[in-house]
Design a protein around this ligand. Structure first.
Ligand code: EPU
Length: 430
């Protein structure tokens, strides 16, 4: 296993290109199940989670080229690259095995498409994860409302969808992958499905636009009421996956904490309103034009309060990185996590680097310090690991980040991108 070693304290400088969004690419890859033929996908990011999705699709008879990241025809990093060609003509299975789902919860996204196309599915229940219990009860309740018979057996969800009808569905809690799963089931159902209190995350909209390109009929895209008129069949499509707003936010945090001057290219600006708003409130100097966001060293950073919320609120996936930034701000900041019950695993590691943070329930109180010190650290999930990279870039001395596989799941070419901005960062064997 590798570790990442960072010598902190260098202001980042230069330009960085934001890759395609992991959380848009994963449902879109699952959606290729819905129509036989060759789909052309651009901007699929080179990530471990994408390779896992490829293995899962491969086990279902779908051809997915696996190869070195960025090579022609394999997951690349910008819309200019050759497309990833996913050939779903040979779909034959209906199962997502435990071995794959346990390494990536998003594998559960094949449930909706399998139900729609194969009229049956056997998908391992994901179980809990480092950030919370994360049940999928709302995905299952929605499918049942559509007439699907759900049985839980030996740790698997078994879905029998001989009947698949449109239904009126209301989510008690806003769920991103739940909305995506039900939308993918509904596009081939008989009749109309209305999903109320649907997630409005831009990645849900990106999936809806891909489904529309395949011939699906969806109204209310990007709103919290989705109306889906089922069609008989879909055709393969060509699509450019949206840029990753969380990757963009993470580079913004790294630029701000090092007092650097960084321009993000291919940044999905309209989706960054809440994030940019908090950075500005904290004293970060930002300028933005379409596709391009520049951060410049400004005055002192000061503590601001943040509460995570479903989109368009401040995303839970940026909470840890923003907390790292706040640990070097002037004054205090209260960070409230409302989406996941256990998403403060980075706090104790940041404290080991000298941060002053106390947790009370779902609030973290951060009292800004003048400096952080490098330390060996590790984290239990993707965004927590990203927060340690952000902190390490500003800390005095060396920070060693272990369990790099978390970062590999969600950050394309992280070491290369930060090196390109002048950071002293290396990946090396443990
Ligand atoms: N929930 C339920 N029942 C359900 C589904 C969700 O109670 O059936 C609860 C969850 O336990 C949680 C809340 O609803 O408390 C929201 O969870 P949601 O279902 O929206 O999360 P998700 O779809 O599993 C996606 C992203 C996450 C991101 C969340 C929230 C993907 C593949 N994953 O997860 O991304 O944090 O939405 O925005 O899109 C990440 O990229 O690091 C990541 C964890």
């Amino acid at each position: 296993m590798d570790k990442i070693v960072i010598e902190g304290g260098i202001p980042l400088k230069g330009e960085v290109v934001i890759s395609g969004a992991k959380n848009a690419a994963l449902p879109i890859l699952a959606a290729t199940i819905l129509a036989p033929g060759v789909h052309e996908l651009y901007s699929v990011p080179p990530l471990a989670d994408i390779r896992t999705a490829g293995r899962l699709l491969g086990s279902l008879g779908i051809k997915f080229p696996q190869g070195p990241p960025g090579r022609s025809g394999t997951p690349g990093s910008s819309g200019q690259d050759a497309p990833l060609l996913v050939d779903s003509s040979g779909l034959e299975g209906f199962e997502a095995p435990y071995e794959l789902v346990k390494t990536m919860r998003a594998a559960v996204l094949v449930l909706g498409p399998l139900v729609a196309r194969q009229r049956r599915a056997r998908v391992s229940l994901p179980g809990g994860c480092a950030i919370g219990a994360r049940p999928i009860n709302l995905h299952l309740k929605g499918l049942e409302a559509m007439g699907v018979k759900i049985t839980l057996r030996e740790g698997y969800v078994e879905a029998d969808a001989r009947r698949l009808n449109g239904a009126d569905i209301y989510f008690d809690t806003i769920t991103v992958t739940g909305t995506e799963n039900l939308m993918m089931a509904a596009v081939l159902a008989k009749g109309t499905t209305v999903i109320k209190n649907a997630a409005m995350e831009p990645e849900v909209g990106d999936l809806a636009r891909f489904l529309t390109a395949m011939g699906a009929q969806i109204e209310g895209i990007d709103t919290d009421v989705l109306t889906i008129h089922g069609v008989k069949e879909l055709k393969p499509a060509s699509y450019i996956i949206m840029a990753d707003r969380i990757e963009a936010g993470t580079y913004m945090a790294a630029a701000a904490i090092t007092k650097g001057e960084v321009t993000l290219l291919n940044a999905p600006m309209p989706h960054l309103t809440a994030i940019m708003g908090k950075f500005t409130e904290a004293g970060v100097r930002l300028s933005a034009e379409p596709g391009r966001i520049t951060l410049q060293p400004g005055g002192a950073l000061h503590g601001v309060d943040v509460r995570t919320l479903p989109y368009p609120g401040f995303p839970t996936d940026m909470q840890a990185q923003f907390m790292a930034l706040m640990s070097l701000a002037r004054g205090a900041s209260v960070i409230t996590e409302t989406i996941f019950e256990n998403r403060f695993m980075h706090v104790s590691e940041l404290v080991r680097m000298g941060a002053d943070i106390t947790v009370s329930g779902n609030h973290a109180i951060v009292r800004g310090k003048k400096t952080l010190q490098g330390a060996p650290v590790m984290a239990t999930d993707l965004r927590a690991s990203a927060s340690l990279v952000v902190a390490g870039l500003a800390a005095q001395g060396l920070t060693e980040i272990h369990r790099v596989y978390h970062l590999d799941r969600g950050y394309a070419n992280l070491v290369e991108k930060f090196s390109g901005l002048g950071a002293r960062i290396q990946r090396m064997p443990e």
